[in-house]
Ligand binder design. Structure first.
Ligand SMILES: [Fe+2]
Length: 270
């Protein structure tokens, strides 16, 4: 596997990471050049033969930046048949509200766990604690559930949903094979080495039911099967040795946290 075939640099405009994968959405996390100026996550575009898919929706309250980025990447909003949500956090899910209001044919795929919480009007996994924000919250339309092991398809590309809880209770990653490469959309489970900070993991908080023991198990499982390219929910992607190093460093970080038993009962904003 040649890492030269991957472009993991944070360009100021949408960029082709490799083959059918484009990096089209980025918030202000990590002080990388942002497309939206907001706290949105990375949004990736997966181009298929018949239709295209977004991985995560970002947080943008308007469709403009995402629509522009999709067009710059050579696709069009009408081609986006599905959005695959890694977890319910607002910076990954909220963009789907405005998107489905304008493009009602787009199906938003979210885990059965995330969907159950949303349907129960329990917005902890979204990250909402303020009663006023909870009262105002609008759940995106066209949600449909996947569960662990389910196939997600963007023909000719096939992906599988892997359950890796720890950062949140509903953290899922998507693994697929493209042109002989093992491709992994890791959401906030493994953000990895970013600049001078090694092994970035998702923010831990009891509000969204973070669990360090689960997190360690999830990363140990990921470490057994390191992908060729890791596309995280924030920060730069990783290819080859950088992907392996990033996953190992995430695991090291969680193991260090696990040495503090008091983190077993995390208060909000740990
Ligand atoms: Fe998150």
């Amino acid at each position: 596997m040649k890492t030269k075939r991957f472009d993991c640099a944070p360009h100021p405009t949408p960029s082709n990471v490799f083959g059918p994968v484009w990096w089209i959405g980025r918030g202000i996390w990590g002080q990388l050049p942002s497309f939206t100026g907001e706290i949105g996550c990375n949004v990736f575009l997966l181009k298929g033969a018949k239709f295209d898919v977004l991985i995560d929706a970002g947080m943008s309250p308007t469709n403009g930046p995402l629509e522009r980025a999709i067009r710059l990447a050579g696709s069009s909003p009408e081609r986006i048949r599905e959005i695959w949500i890694t977890h319910s956090h607002s910076d990954h899910l909220n963009g789907a509200q405005t998107w489905t209001a304008k493009y009602p044919k787009t199906r938003v795929r979210i885990s059965d766990i995330g969907l159950r919480y949303l349907r129960n009007k329990d917005y902890r996994l979204v990250g909402l604690a303020d009663p006023k924000a909870i009262a105002k919250y609008r759940v995106p339309k066209n949600l449909s559930a996947f569960k662990e092991g389910d196939a997600l398809s963007c023909p000719p590309w096939k992906f599988r949903a892997e359950y890796l809880p720890g950062h949140t209770l509903d953290m899922f990653c998507f693994r697929g094979r493209i042109d002989g490469c093992d491709v992994y959309f890791s959401g906030d489970c493994a953000i990895g080495d970013q600049g001078k900070t090694w092994g970035n993991i998702g923010w831990l908080n009891s509000l969204w039911l973070s669990n360090l023991r689960d997190y360690e198990t999830s990363l140990m499982n990921l470490n057994k099967r390191i992908p060729d390219v890791l596309l995280p929910g924030h920060g730069v992607p990783h290819a080859g040795a950088s992907a392996a190093r990033s996953v190992k460093n995430c695991l090291k970080r969680v193991k260090k946290f696990r040495a503090f038993p008091q983190l077993g009962s995390m208060v909000p904003f740990t």
